[in-house]
Design a protein around this ligand. Sequence first.
Ligand code: ADP
Ligand code: MG
Length: 358
Amino acid sequence: MQTVWVLGAGQLGAMLQQAAYPLALRVVPLEPEATELPEIKDGDVVTVEREQWPVTPMTEFLSQQPSFMNAGIFGRIADRLYQKQMLDELEIATAPWREVQESSSAEQLHTELGEDVLLKRRTGGYDGKGQFWLYQDQGDEVPSDWLGHAIAEQKIPFEEELSLVGARDSSGKTVFYPLTLNLHSDGILMASVAPVNRVSHLQAQAEAMLSKIMDASNYVGVMAMECFRVGDQLMVNELAPRVHNSGHWTQAGACVNQFEMHLRAVSGLPIKAPEVRGQSVMINIIGIERDRHWLEIPCARTYWYGKEVRKGRKVGHINVNHPQKAAVQAALTELAAYLPEHYQTALDWVQKELRKAD
Ligand code: ADP
Ligand code: MG
């Protein structure tokens, strides 16, 4: 049996493993800290569920394998400085930015980028961690340990955040899911809605951008592109060369979900344009205990990751899907009773979106 070794053993690795069964592939997620190195055979492939990893005997071993997919891209995407340079080189719209150098000052960054500037650490950030807002009217300074380790971005007055999840195979064929509408709170994804017909006119623009990126890097597998929408213009916020949280709804709402699509692409099986079924909504479960009532909600499926619950930590998600929007709306109303108060804003946002005319 062909084995797909996955660098990283979080929930994404587990969901890749779950998706492998119908393909009769063996998927083995590997902890970076694990000491027992795998025996990689001819025909196996190595992929990742994270774009950054610590240097350990395991990650050194995996990243040196000839079958390590997309080896060249991680150095460019995992460092925001190189990722931004890549987007500029490809002439893909992105938030105007500067490198934060040892000699940079807040004053200079405000002159170049405006009153509100978002510092992002070059590496290591996720779920809004590794960000620092620099407000001119508050006289903020660049923290000294960020000098030389960050980029600075102009604040984008976006109307909303959309993401595109796509896949490319080794022959260069690309397929895409419909644009997904995402709500973030404090930098962490709370909810996704897909498809969203009112943004379908932006689909071609988004696909052209992600195709250009995947083609330029000869990428194989699933890649996600997070965007800001400003009018009818998309700007890339960031790229993730892996399966992505904003694609979790595809487990319920597409005939081939993002996890299976990634496995197909990296293992040389055919990829195909995924037919989308009905209306999907994904609610992230962040920092709260599991509630068994979630399992009783109609047209909903809960994924519980089995991780220790900590504040701000993603510990599960709930996919709600039905051919009729009204059924999704009713399920979310039921679900609201079993989610804490601070979820109401996100649930209201989803309900408002579902009420909008297509
Ligand atoms: P992470 O790796 O933590 O997801 P992102 O760069 O995606 O980092 O930023 C997290 C969130 O912060 C975004 O989804 C968006 O809501 C907000 N954000 C990021 N960049 C900007 C920007 N330039 N202007 C306004 N908001 C931003
Ligand atoms: Mg992000």
